[in-house]
Design a protein. Structure first.
Lengths: 398, 136
C-alpha cells in the first residue's frame, strides 16, 4: 500500500510548531510499545483462498500460509507537554499487497484539552466497528481474526483527518463519544479506493460488565480498476450509457451503521455487532452480524462464534436484454455486481491460552459456508463451500 | 510425641511471622489533599480504563501486592487487565497506568497529584496520603 509520507512530515512540523518550548524544556518523555502476531493457517479447499478482506491480493489455501495473520507493529508516543503528544505506529503485514510491507496505520498529534476532551490531527484508526481501534492487536481480542462477514464490509482501516474524543463518568456509567472527519486512500493491486468526506460519530456506554455501542459513518468513494473499466466501457459501447453511469463507483455514497454490545465478566466474555452497509455504484449493500461467546477457566478461554453477511441490494441487472449477442454483456454486468459482498456465514470454535502476562496462543477452526464464491479470493472454476480453515496464532504485546 | 520447648518457641515464632506477613494489607491510596470519594467499583473502572476521574498508578516490584489488588479489587486476572490496557495504548486514546518501581515511589507520586490513585502494601502509608480502600 502506498501512503504519503508528506502528511507524516507535516504532522511533525505541526507538532513542533505547537510546542515552541520544546527546545528549552526537559527532554520529552517517550513511550515505546508494540504488538504482534505469528500465525499459520490452512484450508481444506485448493480452489479458492481465504483472507481477511475480499480486496486483498492473496489469502490462504490448502498449502498453509503464515501471511494471513502474522504482523508486527511498533508504536512510539512522545509527550511534548502536558497537553500535547505525538504518536506514530509502524506495521509490517501482508494485507494490501502480495508480500509483507511496512505501512503507517497511525500517525497523529493529540491535544488533551481537559481530562474529558481531546482532539487529534493526523492519521487515526477508522473507528467504524466496535473493535476497529485494536482489530490488529490479537492479544486484545478473543478471536484469531475479526469475522470477514462483518469487518470485511469496510476494507479501509485508517482516516487522515481530525477527531474529537469526549469521555465522561456519570454515576455508574462511563461514556465516550468520538466524532471524526477525513479521507482515506488505499491502493490494492487490483483496485484503488479513494474515500472522501469520511465522517462519523460513535458512542459507547459501559455500566458494570456491559458495554453498548452505536456508530454511524458515511463517505463518498471512488473505486478504479482495470476490470471495472473494461465492463463499463463495454456497457457504454453497447449504448447503455445510463446503466454505465449508475454502475460507475465515481464519488458515490457509502453509509454504515453499527450497533454492538459486550459483556466482560470474570468468566464470561460475550460480544456481538449488527451492521448495515449501503453503497452506491455497482458495489453491493450488505447486512452483517456476529456473536462471540467465551468462558474463561484459569488461563484458558474456549470460545465459539457465528458470523454472517447478507447482500441486500439487487444481485442481477435487468436493463440489458438477455438475448443473442447481449447475453455475455449482461453476464459481465452481473459478475461485476456480485464481485464485492456476498451471502456467507461461518461457525468458528477455538481456544485462547494466556501463556504469560503478555503472550497468548490461540487455536481456531472456522467452517465457512459461502453462497457461490462468497467472500473468498482468487476463486477458480468449480469452487464450492463449505470450507474448513484451521489457524494457530501466537499474540504478544510489549 | 515429645516436643522440646525450643522447637515449640521456634514454631510459634515462624507461625507469628507468617501470620504477620499475611496480615499486611494492600491498601488503595489517594493524596491527603484529595477530596475525591471513590468506591470499590470506581477503583475497578479507573484501573480498567473505563473511567477517567482519576489517574491510576501501577507498581512493578511487588508481584504479591499486585496480584492481590487485581484479583480482589478489580476482579480480573492480570492478563485480562493487560489485554484491556493494550486496547487503550494502541488506539492512542489512552495509556496504561504508569508503572512505578516500589511502594515508596507510588506514595510519593500519589501525594504529589490530587488526581492520582495507587495501591501499596499498608506498611508504606504515611501522612501525605490517605487510604480509601483496604483489601480484605
Amino acid at each position: 500500500m502506498h501512503r504519503s509520507s508528506m502528511s507524516a512530515a507535516a504532522s511533525i512540523t505541526l507538532a513542533l510548531a505547537l510546542c515552541p518550548t520544546l527546545a528549552s524544556a526537559a527532554p520529552p518523555e517517550i513511550d515505546i510499545s508494540g504488538f504482534g502476531t505469528g500465525g499459520i493457517a490452512a484450508t481444506d479447499n485448493g480452489k479458492a483462498e481465504f483472507g481477511r478482506l475480499q480486496q486483498q491480493p492473496v489469502g490462504v489455501n490448502t498449502e498453509g500460509d503464515v501471511g494471513i495473520d502474522s504482523l508486527l507493529a511498533l508504536q512510539g508516543t512522545v509527550h511534548l507537554t502536558d497537553m500535547f503528544s505525538a504518536t506514530v505506529q509502524g506495521m509490517a503485514r501482508r494485507l494490501f499487497n502480495t508480500g509483507f510491507q511496512l505501512d503507517i496505520p497511525v500517525f497523529f498529534v493529540k491535544a488533551q484539552v481537559t481530562r474529558d476532551v481531546a482532539f487529534r490531527v493526523g492519521r487515526i484508526e477508522l473507528p467504524v466497528f466496535m473493535n476497529s481501534d485494536y482489530r490488529e492487536v490479537g492479544y486484545s481480542n478473543t478471536w484469531v481474526r475479526p469475522p470477514i462477514e462483518v469487518y470485511g464490509q469496510i476494507p479501509l482501516d485508517s482516516d487522515d483527518g481530525v477527531d474529537l474524543l469526549y469521555r465522561k463518568t456519570l454515576g455508574p456509567a462511563d461514556m465516550s463519544v468520538q466524532a471524526f472527519y477525513g479521507k482515506t486512500d488505499v491502493n490494492f493491486p487490483s483496485v484503488a479506493i479513494q474515500s472522501r468526506k469520511n465522517w462519523g460519530v460513535n458512542a459507547n456506554v459501559t455500566v458494570g460488565p456491559l458495554t453498548l455501542r452505536a456508530g454511524r459513518n458515511q463517505s463518498s468513494f471512488t473505486a478504479t480498476s482495470a476490470a471495472i473499466a473494461q465492463t463499463l466501457t463495454a456497457v457504454n459501447a453497447a449504448g447503455f450509457t445510463t446503466l454505465a453511469n449508475q454502475l460507475n463507483p465515481l464519488n458515490v455514497p457509502f453509509k454504515f451503521t453499527d450497533l454492538g454490545f459486550r459483556i466482560d465478566e470474570m468468566h464470561f466474555t460475550i460480544q456481538g455487532e449488527i451492521t448495515k452497509a449501503t453503497a452506491g455504484g455497482f458495489v453491493s449493500s450488505t447486512d452483517g452480524q456476529y456473536l462471540l461467546a467465551g468462558y474463561r477457566i484459569a488461563k484458558f478461554t474456549p470460545y465459539a462464534m457465528y458470523s454472517r453477511q447478507k447482500v441486500t441490494s439487487e444481485r442481477t441487472d435487468k436493463t440489458i436484454p438477455r438475448v443473442g449477442a447481449l447475453i455475455p454483456l449482461a453476464l459481465g454486468v452481473d459478475q461485476l455486481i456480485n464481485s464485492i459482498g456476498a451471502d456467507q456465514h461461518t461457525f468458528a470454535g477455538g481456544v485462547r491460552w494466556d501463556v504469560h502476562d503478555n503472550v497468548d496462543l490461540k487455536l481456531q477452526v472456522d467452517r465457512v459456508s459461502p453462497q457461490g464464491h462468497g467472500l473468498f479470493i482468487n476463486v477458480q472454476p468449480g469452487f464450492h463451500g463449505p470450507v474448513t480453515v484451521a489457524s494457530l496464532t501466537l499474540d504478544f504485546v510489549f | 510425641m515429645k516436643i522440646s520447648s525450643k522447637t515449640l518457641v521456634a514454631t510459634c515464632l515462624t507461625f507469628a511471622a507468617t501470620f504477620q506477613q499475611a496480615r499486611a494489607d494492600v491498601v488503595v491510596i489517594v493524596s491527603a489533599a484529595s477530596t475525591a470519594k471513590i468506591t470499590a467499583a470506581e477503583i475497578s473502572r479507573i484501573y480498567l480504563g473505563d473511567s477517567n476521574i482519576m489517574t491510576p498508578l501501577d507498581i512493578a516490584n511487588a508481584p504479591l501486592t499486585r496480584r492481590d489488588f487485581y484479583t480482589k479489587v478489580i476482579g480480573k486476572d492480570y492478563a485480562q487487565v493487560k489485554s484491556r490496557w493494550a486496547q487503550l495504548v494502541f488506539t492512542g486514546k489512552g495509556a496504561a497506568p504508569k508503572e512505578l518501581a516500589g511502594g515508596e515511589d507510588v506514595v510519593k507520586a500519589v501525594a504529589a497529584d490530587p488526581h492520582a490513585i495507587g495501591y501499596v502494601d499498608s506498611s508504606f502509608v504515611n501522612i501525605t496520603v490517605k487510604v480509601i480502600y483496604t483489601v480484605k
